[in-house]
Design a protein around this ligand. Structure first.
Ligand SMILES: [Zn+2]
Length: 99
C-alpha cells in the first residue's frame, strides 16, 4: 500500500505512517521524516523540507532494513541508488548541526 500524503484521520486519531524499514505502522510523531535531496536521503529534523517524504523509525536497524529492501528509491520514485550516509550519521549520534 502506498501512503497518502494528506491527513485522512479527521483529528481524533493520531496520524500514523509506515516505517520504510520494518513496515510497522507507528505514530507519525515517533518516526523520523526523511526527504530526498538530489541523490541523497536526508533527515528532515524540523519538518520543513518539502517534497516527497519517507518515514523511518529512528534506528540504524530500520535504516539497514530499508536499504536492503531498496525502499528509498521506491519511496522517492527514483531509479538510481540513494546515499543514506547523512541519515546513518544522524542515527549513529553525530553531533547535530541544527542552527
Ligand atoms: Zn522501523
Amino acid at each position: 500500500m502506498r501512503q497518502r500524503g494528506k491527513l485522512e484521520y479527521g483529528g481524533h486519531a493520531a496520524p500514523q505512517r509506515t516505517c520504510v524499514g520494518c513496515r510497522v505502522r507507528t505514530a507519525k510523531s515517533e518516526l523520523l521524516r526523511l526527504v530526498q535531496v538530489e541523490d541523497q536521503v536526508v533527515p528532515d529534523l524540523r519538518g520543513r523540507l518539502s517534497g516527497r517524504g519517507a518515514s523511518l523509525h529512528p534506528s540504524v536497524s530500520c535504516l539497514e532494513l530499508a536499504e536492503r529492501r531498496r525502499a528509498f528509491p521506491r519511496a522517492f520514485r527514483v531509479q538510481g541508488p540513494l546515499d543514506v550516509s547523512r541519515v546513518r550519521a544522524h542515527l549513529e549520534g553525530e553531533p547535530r548541526n541544527v542552527m
